[in-house]
Design a protein around this ligand. Structure first.
Ligand SMILES: Cc1ncc(COP(=O)(O)O)c(C=O)c1O
Length: 445
């Protein structure tokens, strides 16, 4: 038994060790542009892989249902105090497993089934848990959605206000998963106040930018704020809810025992570490560089003739509109870029003319490459490489017949992997990536 306990991963499970090593090498040799991803520090990973994984600790610090919680309480209290200090939040619940259950907990705390909520539409940049009809939230509450203006492709606050006055929602949700412009949280909170609604901000994508002072904060006006901890914040996968004191009891009860059982104490410890890192002066430089990099990448793409939703970016994220090539082209661009070791995700664009599975855009962002230390000159090079790859996909378009799509995409994948220009880009991507090493010395095999 003890022998089993002391084995390293490569001895205990070589297959998993190889998979982890594969992921590590992939992280080392790709330009990773998925805007919701990042690289956690070794300290965060260490806390995440710590003995806190062994514990159950239902309840909250000082009020647990299990004994011997001294160290768990210490880690949880540190995490909460750090979050309060960073954001100026009156109350923090750090226990949320991830962003989606955290949003559910907020709705569970503040609403009754069937209550009306105003939030951003999924195809305009909102998240699934902002009331998409395929999501539990859309089935349980009466969501009505605002989008972006057709011309500017930005949120039209006058239109949101008009909708709020007409619809009289109980809750107004701001925040997005695919919106490249600043969000005026103060305006959202003011609209909510005017119509007698509660206000909620989902800042998951931009937390790090808010901490770094390069995106306006939803505090102190917004009633409840949710953030994931693994995106620009660069912590472990997880989430936290911050709120005004008056909502504290309801939120805590909704998280536990309402939605969850035992908190993930290893994740709580890792959240505390990430929050401490976010309090260091270097974090501000990192946040500022994310935005500078996104602007430089956007500029490079535009100079290469690529169309961007809303014409650019204010944050970490860029949404590319591929309809000048063909509607539904996102899947071709994603697959071809993947062959060149550039990772992006296909995404709908506002007023999407195709479908969510075959959308017309791709979504990219700069958090991971900024964490690696890349700056504006590398952004210009990445924009050129992306444009070269996207250009190679121009002669492909989705068959109208659904049954023909799968075989056609398979054929496309194999053809594109033989493409000499794309192979050359892949070599250049690997060379560029190796100049910015990741987790040096780490190995699992
Ligand atoms: C704005 C927003 N809210 C909520 C979530 C959900 O987070 P999770 O995937 O951790 O459940 C995401 C994740 O992409 C998000 O972007």
């Amino acid at each position: 038994m003890m022998e089993m306990m002391d084995r390293k991963l490569k001895e205990a499970d070589p297959e998993i060790a190889k998979a982890v090593e594969g992921e590590l090498n992939w992280e080392r040799e790709t330009i990773h542009l998925i805007p919701s991803d990042n690289l956690a520090s070794r300290a965060v990973l260490e806390a995440l892989g710590s003995v806190f994984d062994n514990r159950y600790s239902e309840g909250y610090a000082g009020k647990r249902y299990y004994g011997s919680q001294e160290f768990v309480d210490r880690a949880e209290t540190l995490a909460i105090e750090r979050a309060k200090k960073i954001f100026g939040a009156e109350h923090v619940n750090i226990q949320c497993y991830s962003g989606s259950p955290a949003n559910l907990a907020i709705y569970f705390a503040l609403l009754n089934p069937g209550d009306k909520v105003l939030a951003m539409d999924l195809t305009h940049g909102g998240h699934l848990t902002h009331g998409s009809p395929v999501n539990f939230t859309g089935r349980s509450y009466n969501f009505v959605h605002y989008g972006v203006d057709r011309e500017t492709e930005r949120i039209d606050y006058a239109a949101v206000r008009e909708m709020a006055i007409k619809e009289k929602p109980k809750l107004i949700v701001s925040g997005a998963t695919a919106y490249s412009r600043q969000i005026d949280f103060k305006k959202f909170a003011a609209i909510a106040k005017e119509v007698g609604a509660m206000s909620m901000a989902d800042i998951s994508h931009i937390t790090g930018l808010i901490i770094g002072g390069v995106h306006p904060s939803p505090f102190p006006e917004t009633d409840v704020v949710m953030t994931t901890t693994h995106k620009t914040l660069r912590g472990p996968r997880g989430a936290m809810i911050m709120c005004k004191k008056e909502f504290a009891e309801k939120i805590d009860k909704a998280v536990f025992p309402g939605m969850q059982g035992g908190p993930h104490d290893h994740a709580t410890a890792a959240k505390a570490v990430a929050l401490k890192e976010a309090m260091q002066p270097e974090f501000k430089d990192y946040a500022a560089q994310i935005v500078k990099n996104a602007r430089a990448l956007a500029k490079g793409l535009i100079e290469n003739g690529i169309k961007l939703v809303s014409g650019g970016t204010d944050n970490h994220l860029i949404l590319i509109n591929l309809t000048p090539i063909e509607k539904g082209h996102g899947i071709f661009a994603q697959k071809a870029l993947e062959k060149a070791n550039i990772t992006v995700n296909k995404n709908t664009i506002p007023y999407e003319p195709s479908t969510p599975f075959y959308p017309s855009g791709i979504r990219i962002g700069t958090p991971t490459i900024t964490t690696r230390g890349m700056k504006e000159p590398e952004m210009a090079a990445i924009a050129d490489m992306m444009a070269t790859v996207i250009k190679e996909t121009e002669k492909y378009s989705l068959p109208a017949e659904k049954a023909e799509r799968k075989p056609y995409l398979e054929k496309f994948s194999s053809e594109i992997s033989q493409n000499s220009k794309i192979r050359k880009v892949r070599d250049d991507v690997i060379k560029l990536s190796r100049r910015f090493p990741v987790y040096e010395g780490l190995t699992y095999v």
